[in-house]
Design a protein around this ligand. Structure first.
Ligand code: F6R
Length: 244
């Protein structure tokens, strides 16, 4: 794995954006899988700026999302669908036909999961999978205990995850109990994975995931087995890594 450590969040965001710019230069029709949350907001800001300056074009690219709350429709302001449209898709020149987002408000959730999984496969797989990490080691919403063989499915959110995300919903009661997430097996099939983390709150789990035991209790630890993993951290998130 390659570990890039930057001084702060802004530099981390720029370094992550450079990975996208390089990828598009080499393969304009690349397929990306993007995430929601605080961590990638700076990355999206950089990508939008690059698109606006015509230094980057997603016209031929494909994009997927990684997870979504169950019960939130695309219009819901707390849905990842809404988040990703707002932060990246509508401000960059994606062809909307090539943007595949999970609908957490779907009537048939099993079918929604199957459809997302199949779309990833039938469109040729993911070239670059972005990931953040939860303080409990989740990637996507693959909570501790998720099988390394898992594919896209409905999952119960860990209470730690619900509490961490309550700030967006105004109260813990409003946070959904379930989510759809792309599984760990599917994530590992991406040709390249970029794991991002920022801030001291992530330092312990980053060290455990990258240098600790590979175990389903720390879902992100499976990333140690990926042969094309880039980790982009700020100094605070990297603080507990040893011998780097
Ligand atoms: C979101 C996702 C999650 C987040 C993780 C970190 O789409 O997949 O795994 O990446 O919960 O969230 P932040 O960045 O808000 O700390």
């Amino acid at each position: 794995m390659e570990i890039i450590i930057k001084n702060d969040y802004d530099e981390m965001s720029l370094a992550s954006a450079d990975i996208v710019i390089k990828q598009i230069r080499e393969k304009p029709h690349s397929s990306f899988s993007f995430i929601a949350g605080y961590t990638p907001i700076g990355l999206y800001r950089e990508l939008v700026t690059a698109c606006q300056h015509e230094e980057l074009s997603f016209a031929a690219a494909k994009a997927f999302d990684l997870d979504e709350y169950v019960g939130l429709s695309p219009e819901d302001e707390n849905s990842f669908y809404h988040f990703l449209n707002k932060h990246i898709f509508i401000n960059c020149n994606f062809d909307q036909e090539n943007v595949y987002l999970i609908n957490g408000g779907a009537q048939d959730l099993e079918d929604e999961c199957l459809k997302h999984e199949q779309l990833i496969m039938t469109t040729g797989g993911i070239d670059v999978q972005f990931l953040g990490i939860g303080q409990n080691g989740h990637i996507g919403f693959n909570e501790p205990g998720s099988s390394f063989d898992s594919v896209t499915r409905v999952i119960d959110l860990a209470s730690k995850t619900r509490y961490a995300n309550a700030k967006y919903f105004g109260s813990i009661e409003a946070v959904p109990y379930k989510a759809i997430t792309v599984g760990l097996k599917t994530i590992m099939q991406a040709r390249q994975i970029v794991l991002m983390a920022t801030g001291e709150k992530k330092a312990d789990i980053v060290a455990a995931a990258l240098q600790g035991e590979i175990t389903e209790e720390v879902p992100a630890s499976i990333l140690q087995r990926h042969d094309n993993l880039i980790v982009v951290l700020d100094k605070e998130a990297a603080a507990k890594l040893k011998n780097i």
